[in-house]
Design a protein. Structure first.
Length: 261
């Protein structure tokens, strides 16, 4: 619950800072599609309202909205039924992934009508990455240590992780998900380990619903080496800061894995 609460705080801070007082849809529809597909993103105009032009926006990484299209509706004033306007995207690629909003003028007020999260599946398939704590051998550990399991290029239906920490197993729901700057969809699970359980030689692993598995052992010297794309997390970093680091960490991992291939 603490992790979900922290994630919600981050989301609220991000929303307040980047969107001001504008009211956005409280829920987002979701569309997933393979690369190269044609996708129709729907905007629903409420019954009894008239909107002559629907404007479409895509949310950028920093929270800004980029206008991508204006579509004139066939709606007539005084319509009593709900109408729908579609934004069609052809030959979608990962970079097209993201959140799309439609908006229009209703009763002389600019209003966001609905939102859709488009996830274009990766071509390389899902991959697991595991980020572990880092501390010098002579450092006295006094706080819980974070283990972060990332499923990169995930299927949107992936929402469960299995952990094995020194022989103690658990199955957890994902703690969050993100679409990175290149359009990859990643889900993650964050595990907090009591310091007394973090010992040299202890094995730990993470697996997803499709039984992909990644494992590691606490080394004799857990200080991270330079140029490893932050494969380890410093144990003194607050969990909120770790959550903020997830998008750039995902992008870093994907680029490193791409070079390895």
């Amino acid at each position: 619950m603490l992790l979900h609460f922290a994630a919600m705080i981050l989301l609220l801070l991000h929303t307040a800072g980047s969107r001001g007082i504008t009211e956005f849809p409280q829920t987002l529809a979701r569309i997933s599609a393979p690369p190269g597909a044609t996708v129709n993103i729907s905007c629903n105009i409420p019954e009894g309202t008239f909107v002559s032009v629907v404007s479409w926006y895509k949310e950028e990484q920093e929270g800004r909205l980029r206008k991508i299209a204006d579509i004139y509706t066939t709606q007539t004033p005084g319509a009593k039924t709900q109408s729908q306007v579609n934004l069609t995207r052809h030959n979608v690629q990962e970079r097209d992934s993201g959140v799309y909003y439609c908006a229009g003028a209703m009763a002389q007020k600019f209003t966001f009508l609905s939102g859709v999260r488009l996830i274009v599946l990766g071509t390389s398939g899902p991959r697991l990455s595991l980020l572990a704590p880092s501390a010098a051998e002579d450092t006295e550990l006094s706080h819980h240590l974070p283990l972060l399991c990332l499923l990169i290029d995930a299927n949107p239906d992936e929402d469960t992780f299995s952990w094995d920490i020194g022989g103690e197993t658990s199955q957890d729901q994902k703690d969050g998900d993100v679409i990175d700057g290149e359009g990859a969809f990643t889900v993650w699970s964050l595990k907090l380990i009591p310091p007394e359980r973090w010992s040299q030689g202890m094995a730990y692993s993470c697996s997803d619903q499709e039984r992909r598995n990644i494992s590691a052992v606490v080394p004799l010297n857990t200080v991270s080496a330079a140029g490893t794309c932050f494969l380890t997390l410093y144990y003194r970093v607050p969990c909120l800061a770790i959550l903020l680091w997830i998008p750039p960490l995902v992008l870093c991992f994907r680029k490193r894995l791409g070079r390895a291939e």
